[in-house]
Each structure stands twice: as C-alpha cells, then as structure tokens.
Design a protein around this ligand. Structure first.
Ligand SMILES: O=C[C@H](O)[C@H](O)[C@H](O)COP(=O)(O)O
Length: 226
C-alpha cells in the first residue's frame, strides 16, 4: 500500500503554491507528503506549515520545512492529512495514531481538508475501524462508564470500549497528556448523532469523527489516483 499512499501524497503536492499556509497532518501517508513537500521547499517553494502533532513537528523540522505558530487571525489554505476511514459523504474516522485533537484543531482553521489515503480507507459505512475518543485522565473510569451508557442509549448494544495501551505497558498518552478509548462499534449508522452525544460527556475532549469539513479526497491505489 506504500505506493498507493505515495501516489496520493504526490497528488496533493500539485495543489500547493507559493505563499500558502498549510496544516501538516500526522500518520504514514501524511509523512510521505512531508517528504515530497520538503523536496519542493529545497527547490524554492515558499510555504509555511502548522504541524498537527509533536511527531509531525519533529519530522518537519528535520526536513527543513518552515513552521509557524498560528495566532487568532490565522487561516490556513489547506490541511493535508490521512484518515483511517472515509465514507461517500466525506465523513471520516481519524486518530488511529492518537493525533485527532491536534488534527481537528488545525483542520478547523483550514479552508479545505485534502485527504491523502490509499483505497483501503474508503468504506460504505464508518465503524469497522475502532473509533478513538480522547479522554482526560482525571476520573477516567467515570468517563468510560458514561461512554458505555451513551452507547447503550444510542443502540450500540455490546459495543466494546477499550483504553488504548502503550507499547511499553500502561496506557497510551496523547500529545496533550490524555488517554484514548477505542470504541469497537462495527457500524456507525448516525455519525453526527454519535459525535454530538459523546462530545457532551464532560471527560471527553474530542472524538475521532471528522464531520463537516470541506474534503478534497485524493485516494489512490498502486496505479495512481482512483
Ligand atoms: O492519529 C492519526 C491520524 O488520524 C492519521 O491521519 C490516520 O491514523 C491515518 O494514518 P495513516 O496515513 O498512517 O493510515
């Protein structure tokens, strides 16, 4: 799938012009875009980027991509980012790598969301990929119980809710020091309703549901953009 991801990443480059302010996504596909972008920057392309995660910030610095801190007036031309799933209406699940909070904040400042992905990410119905939900560590068990109750009330009987583990043991931590609950739902029939209900729970920071963005999908297989 790397060649498919590379096709998508390269196609995104064609949308970039001098003077643009970009949101720089997180994940393996966004990383391929960073590599390609860095080459253009070395060739004289004049852009500035806002990273969506610490990982992306480190990589962009290594590659010599100019970064800036957004202020209240900042409007980004594009954010270029991957996804774990996207449906026909451009609704997405993100956060497989735990970066959805930074990604959502940056995407909300961008005029357009350029999705770079291989074809495996395109789905009829969202939800086969476990939905990541960012939860504050304070009294997290209370928040997990509220998530379970919300899921039951919405008809997701028997849904599994798992706190994401870290490689070296313990729980995985996001860039903001929060935890991630992965919701195994199978099929999400009403993503807007689910997102609204989960986001109302006090200990929930955000969900991996990305809805309502102006998505420009660049989805590729090994032969190129589909
Ligand atoms: O937290 C991670 C991000 O939402 C990624 O954009 C998403 O997981 C897709 O990553 P990849 O391009 O590696 O499949």
């Amino acid at each position: 799938m790397t060649s498919a991801k590379r096709h998508a990443a390269n196609a995104a480059l064609e949308l970039i012009g001098d003077g643009m302010k970009l949101g720089l996504g997180t994940g393996s596909t966004a990383a391929l875009f960073l590599d390609a972008l860095a080459e253009k920057v070395r060739g004289g392309l004049d852009i500035e980027g806002v990273p969506t995660s610490q990982r992306t910030e480190e990589r962009a610095r290594e590659l010599g991509i100019p970064l800036f801190q957004p202020d209240e007036t900042t409007r980004l031309d594009l954010v270029i980012d991957g996804a774990d799933e996207i449906d026909a209406q451009g609704r997405m699940i993100k956060g497989g790598g735990g970066a959805m909070l930074g990604e959502k904040i940056v995407a909300s400042a961008a005029a357009k969301f350029v999705l770079v992905a291989d074809v495996s990410k395109r789905v009829g119905t969202l939800g086969r990929f476990p939905l990541p939900v960012e939860v504050v560590p304070f009294a997290y068990a209370t928040t997990i119980r509220a998530i379970r109750e919300t899921l039951t009330a919405l008809g997701y009987e028997g849904a599994k809710v798992e706190l994401r583990g870290a490689e070296g043991g313990g729980f995985a931590e996001t860039d903001s020091g929060n935890l991630i609950a992965d919701l195994h739902l199978g099929r999400i029939m009403e993503p807007e309703e689910l997102d609204a209900a989960l986001t109302l729970i006090p200990g929930v920071v955000t969900t991996g549901l990305f809805i309502g963005f102006d998505v420009h999908p660049l989805i590729a297989d090994e032969n190129g953009i589909t």
